[in-house]
Design a protein around this ligand. Structure first.
Ligand SMILES: [Mg+2]
Length: 273
């Protein structure tokens, strides 16, 4: 029996921290079902390690086997005695994105109106991040694109945080995104990409959701993501994506409920086993 990998975004995917109703008990159910069915759990999040630990504490979600943090730019394994960084990942990123230079990107975008650098704890050697004035995003992103695109082996990822009303802009090495980090982990565990389930709700989840994993969009997924994924399916009908709708195990399909629904859909969980 091949290893079962369930990868999920945290905020507003596994974590019920948005404006939609949360199912009481869904997190306990998630913890129990992943344990019971011997599922390897991977969190794939924009959060850094501290903020991930806060989420584990605050919401009572289990520890994952693997934490892909900082939007894919860090990978750690969890052991009962602590977190173990994956050094191989850092080496891999440097080797495969040789033009990456966070400091140079910082200098290149400085002085753009409506673009404010995020606090240092949200930036890292492979992550240069900004808040964006969402109302003026088109002109801001246009200027950013003109100055940066293609110069630093980078990807530029924009997402909207519906909680804070802020636009978030990440510059990452092309080789270190949620998608490539999850590919790296699948490879390390020897599991085919097409067997790995990934659940998401917004902006930067579009890449792993359209990269050949088994995708799940929770019911509260934002319109931008739903549109992006549907467009990708039009171009590539072989993509496997499931849109949670609620009704599974009496859950409403939002957040954790949508993750559980997706895991049942793909057979990671089943009743009577
Ligand atoms: Mg999210």
């Amino acid at each position: 029996m091949p290893m079962k990998i369930l990868a999920t975004d945290l905020d507003r995917t596994l974590l019920p921290n948005g404006k939609w109703p949360a199912d009481p008990g869904a997190i306990d159910l998630f913890n129990m079902l992943t344990e019971q069915h011997d599922v390897t759990v991977v969190y794939v999040t924009g959060r850094n390690l501290d903020l991930t630990e806060n989420a584990i504490e605050e919401f009572g979600i289990r520890h994952p086997h693997v934490l892909i943090g900082d939007v894919g730019t860090s990978i750690r394994k969890y052991h009962p005695d602590g977190w173990q960084p994956n050094e191989g990942w850092n080496t891999h990123v440097k080797r495969t994105s040789p033009g990456w230079d966070a400091e140079a990107i910082r200098a290149t975008v400085s002085g753009i109106d409506g673009l404010v650098e995020q606090e240092r704890e949200h930036c890292g050697p492979f992550k240069q991040s900004y808040y964006v004035d969402h109302a003026n995003r088109e002109s801001i992103l246009g200027t950013v694109g003109e100055r940066v695109t293609g110069r630093f082996d980078e990807v530029i990822i924009y997402s909207f945080d519906s909680e804070s009303g802020k636009g978030l802009l990440d510059f990452l090495p092309q080789s270190a995104t949620k998608q490539t980090a999850l590919e790296y982990i699948a490879d390390e565990f020897g599991v085919a990409k097409s067997e790995v389930v990934f659940c998401g709700d917004s902006g930067n989840d579009v890449f792993p959701l359209t990269a050949g994993f088994r995708g799940v969009l929770v019911r509260n997924a934002d319109d931008q993501l739903v549109a992006g994924v549907k467009e990708a399916i039009n171009d590539n009908p072989d993509l496997t994506v499931y849109f949670a709708k609620g009704g599974c195990k009496g859950l409403n399909g939002f957040y954790t409920g949508g993750v559980i629904e997706g895991a049942y859909h793909y057979g990671l969980f089943s009743d009577g086993s």
